[in-house]
Design a protein around this ligand. Sequence first.
Ligand SMILES: *Cc1c(COP(=O)(O)O)cnc(C)c1O
Length: 401
Amino acid sequence: MKNFNPADNIQDLQYFGEFGGVNPSISDSSTYTFLSAKTMFDTFEGNMEGCYLYSRHSSPSNLYLDKALAAMEGTETANVSASGMGAITPTLLQLCGSGDHIVSSRTIYGGTYAFLKNFTPRLGIKTTFVDITKLEVVEAAITAETKVLYCETVSNPLLEVADIEGLSKIAKRHNLKLVVDNTFSPLSVSPAKLGADIVIHSLTKYINGSSDTVGGVTCASQEFIDSLKNVNSGASMLLGPTMDSLRSASVMKNLRTLHIRMKQHSHNAMYLAERFEKDEIKTVYPGLKSHPSHEIYKSMINPEYGFGGMMTLDVGTLVKANALMELMQAKNLGYLAVSLGFYKTLFSAPGTSTSSEIPLEEQIEMGLTDGLIRFSIGLDNDIERTYQSMKVCMMELNLLK
Ligand SMILES: *Cc1c(COP(=O)(O)O)cnc(C)c1O
């Protein structure tokens, strides 16, 4: 574990392209020829390594990205998909069928929450949502039908941290699969090394980092990925959320600078969180000692990548939050937009956007207040300059003395 460094694993991958290029050639075919009919049959059966059949199943470019992401998470292999939801939904449907039960964190991505709350019950799959930071509550929710324990390493938008080692012990005791969405904390946390069975990312966010595509990945054992891609029964193969080769080649190029970007995102977010906390704005950042998950997060991270780029500020009311966001955008401090991991800061009010799938009563119960602004802090070179400009906006709106 201590010698596991995800960025080194990405750096150490070596490529000799088809024509000697330092990047692999991009595969540009949906179907592949065979010189013998027997080889085609064997490939269909999944027995021919290095042979390709049809690009919904796999393509050379996607396999390169699979391999790089598996190296990053320390899993046997991986399977990329057209979006984060295109990784999450087939993974859960592969693990659960009618009559099965999932225990999930209640503070998860809005789309995943809606899938488990509104969609999977149609298929006879039930979910109990729990406060994932309370291990005894998690364990008490497990029934004889439970198959999956689901959480995000760092949850959206309140940045609660899941104790992955603790959850993994519970999962093993009850013979469940622990599925962890690690979108908010790539490199910082390596969930598979802490006992997670399956690690998922929305590549749309930090890993691609350019806000120019959606993408996803499931990192897991060869056995599980083979089951996802099985031509007769695999949820990824049959539901078809396939990533395009051109996109996977471009995501892979961006992945190579992820370590440099994560360090800068973390540095900038820490800087702003410390300043705004001192200014007596209600600040939530897992790098702050005041954060309820600070100690557990500190014990889990690969420290050089820091506590990540996500931070929230609570300015009291939705009206004030909206006014501040509009002013910050007008002053070019970032964009009023959902999503995260971009080079510029992105901000939104989660109650009325990314978490709006969560009913109001539940939002209140989990501490998702009206005046909350979620920030994905950018790669700003001079973060003191940014802080000063943000402060001017806050003073203009009387949010600061
Ligand atoms: C964005 C996001 C997703 C969904 O990913 P898409 O690429 O938008 O489909 C899932 N989980 C988390 C934590 C996210 O932030």
